[in-house]
Design a protein around this ligand. Structure first.
Ligand SMILES: C[S@@+](CC[C@H](N)C(=O)[O-])C[C@H]1O[C@@H](n2cnc3c(N)ncnc32)[C@H](O)[C@@H]1O
Length: 228
């Protein structure tokens, strides 16, 4: 799969290069998996997002993490390092080829007990996950669906939990007029605009946008029940 996000840079090229090369690198097998993924153009999170996730999860110390969009299991393996002895990462993926690769990643890292891989469509699986369970959710799947997943994701999150959503800027085109967006990208454009429109002013959600990778939206759930 081609990694389109390599071209989706929203910060000056030199700064991106600096963030990717001068911040601490991953060691061992996980570092190897990150390099292999970039070489094969697998769309895993960029290194600046890796470093940010490490920083954030170290502070948050989540017990239960949910991820939507596993791919080869890179970010879920990274997050599994921050859930302590008893914590778990649950991750959702629908593509057979990715599921196979993710299982291989967990085997290589000996994470089979720590990461629970759910196979199937996120929209369906989100309906059966327990409510008020997760301390941290990382949403990194089909961009047009973020807004559809949002109410269900908020239900499975504990009060005070944090949701991190990746790739919300689409290389800045999220701000363009829909007329200038190619037909095939309009669903993503509409979905992301709706997401930002709903989340940013919401009184029960604290949110912040970060120019990391192709844009990150961080949301804290401030109430038990979030109404839209
Ligand atoms: C950007 S990749 C995830 C990368 C991964 N989080 C990482 O950084 O290592 C997105 C993945 O989400 C999966 N995906 C997209 N929409 C999905 C959906 N509705 N249900 C389940 N999986 C989905 C795709 O098959 C793809 O493998």
């Amino acid at each position: 799969m081609r990694n389109e996000m390599m071209q989706h840079t929203i910060v000056k090229k030199e700064l991106i290069e600096f963030m990717r090369t001068k911040q601490k690198q991953l060691s061992g097998t996980l570092g190897q998996i990150e390099k292999e993924a970039h070489k094969e153009d697998v769309p895993i999170i960029q290194h600046e997002t890796v470093v940010f996730l490490q920083f954030l999860l170290k502070q948050l110390q989540p017990k239960n993490i949910l991820e939507i969009g596993t791919a080869i299991g890179f970010s879920s393996s990274l997050m599994a390092q921050f859930v302590g002895k008893t914590g778990k990462v649950t991750t959702i993926e629908r593509m057979d080829i990715m599921l196979k690769k993710a299982k291989e990643t967990y085997r290589r890292l000996n994470l089979q007990e720590k990461v629970h891989l759910l196979e199937g469509e996120a929209e369906e699986l989100l309906k059966v996950l327990p409510t008020n369970k997760y301390d941290f959710v990382f949403m990194d799947s089909a961009k047009a669906k973020y807004i559809i997943f949002l109410p269900k994701v908020l239900k499975v999150m504990k009060k005070g939990a944090v949701l991190m959503i990746d790739d919300v800027f689409q290389a800045g085109s999220v701000l363009d007029d829909i007329k200038d967006i190619p037909q095939g990208k309009r669903a993503i454009h509409r979905g992301l605009n709706k997401l930002l429109e709903v989340v940013l002013p919401h009184s029960d959600l604290t949110s912040t946008l970060l120019p990391l990778g192709d844009g990150v939206l961080l949301i804290a759930k401030e109430k038990e029940i979030i109404k839209f």
